[in-house]
Design a protein around this ligand. Structure first.
Ligand SMILES: Cc1cc2nc3c(=O)[nH]c(=O)nc-3n(C[C@H](O)[C@H](O)[C@H](O)COP(=O)(O)OP(=O)(O)OC[C@H]3O[C@@H](n4cnc5c(N)ncnc54)[C@H](O)[C@@H]3O)c2cc1C
Ligand code: FES
Length: 286
């Protein structure tokens, strides 16, 4: 009998971005927006935290979108539909507290677009007016624009180089939306790289709009025991894996988090180099 969790579908969005739908009926049954999974490719693999980007309870599948940034996520990119993952543990973390809001602005930056999607759908299904703002470096990296359109009252696309939609950073577009016709937004959800989330929080702060961010602190066990994902929120120590990953962005100590995020850079670089060397010697594509 085959063991593990079968990848039922794979889509490649760019040379470094891919999507998997994975058969995991129990996980799909319990998944909510904001949850994440701990995925292990094989017996030797490290645990990789990945946000639930979608779930289908009927089909028993969960969707993740992954950016190949280092050894494990590059190695995982080689798996295809039909292959199996050793472990898919979850759902983990606190689900997002989604309540009906008159108007919500959902901001996704790069890969952060994927975890925003279940939140968008949940806000729409409880009757909120939803504005989506999706930012990418360039048009070639854009994904899920149509998925977002289906649940957005307004959709804005921005690219750093202006190759599609507004030219500029999502935080700049967010500023314009708040200054112009959307001062009445009650909530902003911003998910993406740490500097992007921090910039969005600085934009919303003077407007007094509650802003939720999802903190991708380095996680090891994902269950509150190792302390790796500690963050400071409102001057208090929190563990992103059990108290989050969603937090009030105006309370987050981003400077500390950015520092902590870089603490294994040397080991990560060495691990990737070893992997590339191994691929070179065995004639595999890294
Ligand atoms: C709650 C949460 C949800 C996440 N969701 C997604 C997602 O949906 N899609 C996605 O592509 N990535 C997601 N990430 C980030 C992803 O887990 C890392 O990119 C991955 O672990 C990198 O492993 P690597 O071996 O490929 O790269 P490495 O070379 O090991 O690391 C590259 C960078 O990834 C980060 N990182 C490394 N290890 C971890 C770790 N154990 N936990 C968190 N960050 C780490 C560090 O910033 C590091 O500099 C999420 C992280 C967290 C904490
Ligand atoms: S990952 Fe270990 S405490 Fe959060």
């Amino acid at each position: 009998m085959s063991t593990g969790y079968r990848i039922v579908k794979k889509e490649v969005y760019s040379p470094v971005t891919y999507m998997w739908e994975v058969e995991a009926p129990d996980v799909a049954q319990a998944a909510q927006p904001g949850h994440f999974l701990m995925v292990r490719m094989d017996e030797e693999g490290e645990r990789i935290p990945l946000t639930v980007a979608d779930f289908d309870r009927q089909r028993g599948t969960v969707t993740v979108v992954i950016q190949a940034v280092g050894k494990s996520t590059r190695q995982m990119m080689r798996l295809e539909a039909g292959d199996r993952l050793r472990d898919v543990i979850g759902p983990l973390g606190e689900a997002s507290h989604i309540e009906p809001r008159a108007k919500v602005i959902l901001v996704g930056g790069g890969l952060g677009v994927a975890p925003v999607y279940p939140q968008l759908r949940a806000y729409k299904s409880c009757g909120s007016t939803t504005l989506s703002l999706l930012g990418f470096r360039t048009q070639a990296l854009v994904f899920w624009e149509e998925r977002f359109r289906a649940y957005s009252d307004e959709l804005h696309l921005a690219t750093d180089d202006g190759s599609s939609g507004h030219k500029g950073l999502v935080s700049q577009v967010l500023q314009r939306l708040l200054e112009q016709q959307h001062r009445d937004a009650q909530e902003v959800v911003a998910i993406g790289p740490l500097p992007m989330m921090q910039a969005c929080c600085e934009v919303t702060r003077p407007f007094g709009v509650r802003t939720l961010v999802s903190l991708n602190a380095i996680m090891v066990d994902g269950t509150g025991m190792c302390g790796s994902c500690r963050v400071t929120v409102g001057g208090k120590l929190r563990f992103a894996c059990v108290d989050g990953p969603d937090f009030d962005g105006h309370q987050v100590d981003f400077a500390e988090l950015l520092r902590r995020q870089r603490r294994f850079q040397r080991e990560e670089r060495e691990s990737l180099q070893r992997y590339e060397e191994d691929c070179r010697l065995t004639g595999r594509t890294p």
